[in-house]
Write a protein that binds this ligand. Structure first.
Ligand code: NAD
Length: 297
């Protein structure tokens, strides 16, 4: 069997088109354009790429945006004071602090200083907590995008065994919660969450009906680790040195794509799978923030 491809680029394009229509309708009703403030601390080439993609997506859907570039010497106090100003600015609907932050800054502290009603990344403990108990919240964009992919391709997860490799706060943990808790056909899975201390990873991955991999380890998942017919969502984005490429690297996921796809029923490519959905869901969240849809005032 060769897997069918879950085309995140295509689904993201459709999602962005819907958001564009919703933004137009919102503005036709007399509202200003939604506004996303991006905060970028220090210099990190990968962050620049991600922020560039988010900025282009905003333009595409009619969301206004600005990127505030702050030096990597900024203190936690100064950064939090800047965020507080954004919290209090009624013209700012969404605030996104691009991660990772320089080592002297605690991402937890900084995220917690964002007004949870503007936390369009869905990383604030208020949003994570509400997600966990099934209350409306801003959903972390990557996990929310994965659920959209299941819905788009009518891949039900109810009653299935979903194995998540990676337990980070931004991907692994929230997708395990959504897969386990979400009502209807695209949730209600039995979930296993693995991390780098998991003994015998294969023992878990081999029993997965749905396998979500977000470890940041190229070629971690090999065909002998999965069963025939598994649905594979590869979240990993790894820059692997490649002299044949102009940029000097190739982007790879966490799965050995060519061989795993021969056993899977569905699989996401890297690039072009989960990544574009993450950006599309950020657009959705920013519009929800502008409309006060999650936290009505
Ligand atoms: P992270 O480093 O915060 O977390 C990695 C997790 O994987 C940890 O829980 C760690 O214990 C686990 N892990 C690492 N090695 C492992 C191993 N050998 N076996 C089992 N578990 C292992 O990373 P993150 O922020 O969650 O990102 C994970 C990957 O997903 C990265 O490649 C990142 O670039 C990518 N990512 C992609 C998107 C997207 O939109 N496609 C969004 C966010 C992150």
């Amino acid at each position: 069997m060769s897997a069918k491809i879950i085309d995140g680029k295509k689904v993201a394009k459709l999602t962005r088109k819907e958001v564009r229509q919703d933004v137009d309708d919102w503005m036709d009703d007399g509202h200003r354009a939604p506004f996303l403030q991006v905060v970028l601390v220090g210099t990190n080439p990968a962050s620049d790429v991600y922020v560039g993609a988010k900025t282009r997506a905003c333009k595409d859907v009619g969301i206004e945006t600005d990127t505030m570039r702050l030096p990597d010497t900024i203190s936690a106090k100064e950064l939090k004071a800047t965020i507080q100003e954004l919290n209090e600015d009624d013209t700012v609907d969404g605030i996104l602090v691009q991660l990772p932050l320089p080592n002297h800054l605690s991402a937890h502290d900084v995220i917690e200083s964002i007004d949870y009603r503007k936390d369009v990344d869905g990383f604030h403990p208020m949003n994570v907590g509400r997600l966990t108990v099934g209350q409306p919240s801003f959903r972390s964009c990557t996990p929310a995008g994965i659920i959209e992919l299941f819905k788009h391709y009518s891949i039900p997860t109810k009653g299935k065994h979903a194995v998540v490799v990676g337990a980070s706060n931004i991907v692994g943990r929230p997708i395990s919660i959504l897969l386990n808790k979400e009502s209807g056909e695209y949730g209600k899975a039995t979930t296993t969450v693995c991390h780098k201390y998991t003994k015998d990873l294969t023992q878990h991955t081999i029993s997965a009906d749905i396998l979500v991999v977000a470890a940041g380890q190229p070629n971690l998942i090999k065909p002998e680790m999965v069963k025939e017919g598994v649905v594979v969502i590869d979240v990993g984005i790894n820059r692997v040195a490649d002299e044949t490429k102009d940029k000097g690297y190739t982007l790879m996921g966490d799965c050995h794509f060519e061989s795993v796809k021969e056993k899977a029923s569905w699989i996401t490519p890297v690039p072009g799978g989960v990544g574009p959905m993450t950006v599309a869901m950020l657009m959705k969240n920013t519009l929800l923030a502008a409309k006060n849809s999650i936290y009505p005032q």
